[in-house]
Each structure stands twice: as C-alpha cells, then as structure tokens.
Write a protein that binds this ligand. Sequence first.
Ligand SMILES: [Zn+2]
Length: 309
Amino acid sequence: MRRINSILALLMVLLVLGGCAWSGVGKASGADWRQEIPLIGEWVAAQDDTLYVHCLDIGQGDAILLQWRGKWTMIDTGDVSHRPQIVEYLDHYGVSRLEQLIVTHPDGDHLGGAYAVLRHIPVGRVYDNGQEKLNYMYRTYLRTLARTGVKRVTAKKGDVIDLGSGAVLTLMGPPQPLLQGKNGKAEYNNNSIIAMLSYGSFRMLFTGDAEKEEEAWLCATYGDKLRATVLKVGHHGSHTSSSADFVRAVRPQAAVISCGRNNSYGFPHKEPLARIQGIGAQVYRTDRDGTVTVVTDGRSFAVQREGDG
Ligand SMILES: [Zn+2]
C-alpha cells in the first residue's frame, strides 16, 4: 500500500515539476530541471523508514556505511591496501554521494581509504579530529581534500549532524582538550571521534579506536547517557579497550567488532570479548561474519550477517 502511495505521489511530483518546466520556472537556476528529479528507485528509498548500518568486511580496519532515506554517511574508510575494495563496496550499494565522511582518527586502518573514496564520489563534508600526522598517507589525504574542494570540519564534542527525518548523529568526542600520550607523544586512538546515532528509541555508539583512557573520559563526562542498543566495539576488540565500567555504562544488546581474518594482532582479544558477552550482548565480528548490517525502524532492530540471505 505504501509503495502504491509512493508511486502515486511520485507521479504528482513529476506532473508538478513538468508543469514548472513548461512555464520556465524550473530553469531559474540555469540547470536542466530534469537533473532535479531523483530516479524512481532513489525516490522510493527516500520514503523508507528503515535505517541501515553496514559494518563492512574491510579486513583489518574500520569502514561503516549508514544508509538512511536514500542518503549515505560513512564512518572510516579502511586501510590503504583495501582501497579497491572500499570503492567496490560503494558501487555495490549504489552510493553515488556521501553527505558526510567521518574519519575517527588519522591512523591508516581508518583514514587509508579516504583518498579512494574522495576521488570516487562527491562528499558533502569531512569530519576529522583535527590531529595531523606527518606521513605520506596524511599528506595525500590533505592534498585530496584540497583538489576535490571538500569542506573539512574539525569535530567537536557536542556537534550534531542531523541526518533528517528523525535520525541524528551526535558527536560525543574527541575529548576536549585532546588527551596527551605518555612522554609527550601524540595520542591518536584515545582522541577518536565518538558518535552516537539515534533514531527513535534505537541508539548505536561508534567509538573508533578509543581505548580505556578515552572510555574513562566518556564515562566521567556522560555516565548513563552512553547507553546504546548497539556498540561498535573500540579498537577492533583489543584488550586495551572495552573496559568494564565503559561496557556497563553502554550496556549494549549487540556489539560489532571490525577486524581482519587471522590478523597479526590477535584481535579480538579474549578479555574484552568476555566483558562484552558478560553483560549479555550478542557479538558480531566482520572476520567471521563478513559485513554485518544492523537494521532498525527506530523501535526494534535486527542484525544481518553477510550470507544470512
Ligand atoms: Zn584501528
């Protein structure tokens, strides 16, 4: 019924836009008015109340696509070695534009694919944590931003990214001021951008590579406000992350770990797995499950593993 309504409404839109073109109003911007009309498939998708979070199987690294009403947001881009795969994923899902790309921190397994993404499709704006790294990959990232003209925004705690129609991404970190490493060394993992996705009563927390130091800052700053339905586990399930207090504060029903098959770090480690499973969360991992997609209508949620059919 909804689909029939959608198609009827689409026909009305086409009639109205068609009328505008005949009267010349649609050409006010100088652009061909036909380009303003979305394809039927995109238009129907834009009416769909389902929000999808695809935690991509990108080997050792993070890359996540949020799909909402025909629009796309990406959190992290996988590593340099997986640039061909990240482009394949964009094509596979039919992503022709990203409204925003969030790079949680400038380590290779999160930032490495940004070059390929930015060159492949238009991106509305890029959020990063403002930390710069003195390496070739980081310079390539800056150069690609300059060449493509994509706006770069330094993420600040409290920033709100409105995805429209009731879905919101709230940036809860990086910490302010940024956390310092030992002996004055730059600290990257613990300054990851932290994002909370909310839609209806569903909440999903994305933590980049946050370790126990940033988790402690989050607990002290937000307490019970960290509560989420689903957790994207910090730092690929490393024992440096998912501290007991943090896991208790988030108390997720499901947790997604993004890590590579037989990765050399031994991710995910046993202790964080035990802590996450100990509070009753179901664990999904990209190394075993392939791409893990969380689906929600804002009330309930389901998790789909690649090959579940
Ligand atoms: Zn990482």
